[in-house]
Design a protein around this ligand. Structure first.
Ligand code: PGA
Length: 253
């Protein structure tokens, strides 16, 4: 297990072939950092194959997968297909999918297990709403999500810690420019660490816990200095190399 931070970009529904030059620039800069930070980009499904061919060895990922290994699921894409297209990892359980596609914890867990079965590393997202934070229930809610979403069984055996990362992403911080206080991030990461230890024993101590939600060049260094922040999941600021690379460099320091 590496102690290097993981900085993953989440392009969401942005990017066409013209943006492959950004992928190239990010991969080139990541390569030059020589393992001091691990960088990945979770792209729209349509770009995965071309990006993987353009930047061999650089981890290109998906943003979601179907929980089944194959079958009659019109419009869906399974883990094996994404792996075949060149993906090395996938996000599961992003709050935009939990919300817009009504994905519950058991669905997220099934997706995480499907990804691991097809040799995709997993970034599993959890996070509280504004109301849950306001009512003082954030830690309870997010730990409950984690407990019920974590992959288990055969899929998880051997995959933890290296193939699993958790992303703590407060819903109210995504795309808003707002972030929790340093103390609140530290408290949440501490609580998530306890849950990971309870679930996986010693291996749970090594799973990286990323922070996500309005990570920018201006706040990255401060966030990475918080105890047990093992990296970041970055949305808007990952679309352009000029914004993303200062965040990657902050994680390498
Ligand atoms: P943001 O998105 O960095 O644009 O806030 C983060 C995410 O949704 O993963």
């Amino acid at each position: 297990m590496t102690s290097a931070k993981l900085v993953a970009g989440n392009w969401k529904m942005h990017g066409t072939s013209a943006d492959l030059r950004e992928v190239q620039a990010i991969a080139d800069a990541a390569h030059a950092l020589d393992g001091r930070v691990e960088v990945a980009l979770c792209l729209p499904a349509t770009l995965i194959h071309r990006a993987a061919e353009a930047v061999p060895g650089f981890p290109v990922g998906a943003q979601d997968i179907h929980m089944a290994d194959q079958g009659a699921h019109t419009g869906d894409v399974c883990a094996a297909m994404l792996h075949d297209a060149g993906a090395a990892l996938t996000i599961v359980g992003h709050s935009e999918r939990r919300d817009a596609h009504r994905e519950d914890n058991s669905c997220v867990r099934a997706k995480a297990e499907a990804a691991l079965r097809s040799d995709l590393r997993v970034i599993l997202c959890v996070g509280e709403s504004d109301g849950e934070r306001g009512s003082g229930r954030a830690v309870e809610v997010v730990c409950g999500q984690l407990d019920a979403s974590l992959p288990g069984g055969e899929a998880a055996a051997g995959a933890v810690p290296d193939s699993l990362a958790i992303a703590y992403e407060p819903i109210w911080a995504i795309g808003t420019g707002k972030i929790p206080t340093t103390e609140d991030i530290a408290e949440m990461h501490r609580a998530l660490r306890q849950r990971l230890l309870a679930a996986y024993g010693d291996a749970g101590g090594q799973v990286r816990i990323l922070y996500g939600g309005s990570v920018k060049p201006s706040n990255a260094a401060e966030i990475f200095a918080i105890p047990d922040v093992g990296g970041a999941l970055v949305g808007g600021a990952s679309l352009r190399a000029a914004d993303f690379l200062p965040i990657v460099e902050a994680a390498a320091r």
